[in-house]
Design a protein. Sequence first.
Length: 242
Amino acid sequence: MAEVSLRARLYLKINDNLSQDDVRSLRATLVTDGHLGQARVENATPLEMFNMLEADNKIGKGNLALLVDLLKALGKTKLAQEAEDVAKREKTGGPSCTVEDVIACLKELYAREHAHVRPLPWCEDPKLPLGEVYTNLRHQRKDDKGRFEDTDTIVSLADIYKTSRAKDKNVRRIRVEGDPGIGKSCSCQKLAHDWSSGKLDIFKAVFFLEIRHMSGKVKDAIFEQLLPEDTNMTPDQLWSYI
């Protein structure tokens, strides 16, 4: 699980404000200085690299010295100052969690946890890059009598949520049916990952919940499955926003 923090928002801000040249320089510095291996950073985004550094305990809560140095080397003095401020606030205790903190946490979680898929769900390995193996589903609509209509249309995740044929308004509820292994869960995973990277901006927030792990209310499942125990917000507070 990702920690809801100012740090998560900082990582996303840095990720969104680095140019391609900056990203290449960041990768080169991390490899040259021995912080991360070439294979790990080759196609990684800044956000993914920050998560790798956290996993290796090279940066983390109250410890962003390496990140500050990296940003200064890139000439990003304002972002470096923000990183220093975040580290200080985390050491002394920061403010209560906000909805924006939760959204930033979800994006960080999806970017890290849903970037790869396991072709064999019962095996931890191999894991394949989601973007390289995912294909849009060929879908069939049901008519008013519940019968399937044949269609050759390939529908992207974004297209599924566009206006319906019958009513000129956005679709609010969708149920996808299919045999086991057809790609229903993978499509939901792709949706969450696309949203985390800014490719699906029609949603303010995305909550990717696994129904088989739910035993109570949706608002409680959000905290049980997606957020850490020390989240400084109650389920009712978040639900009122939703």
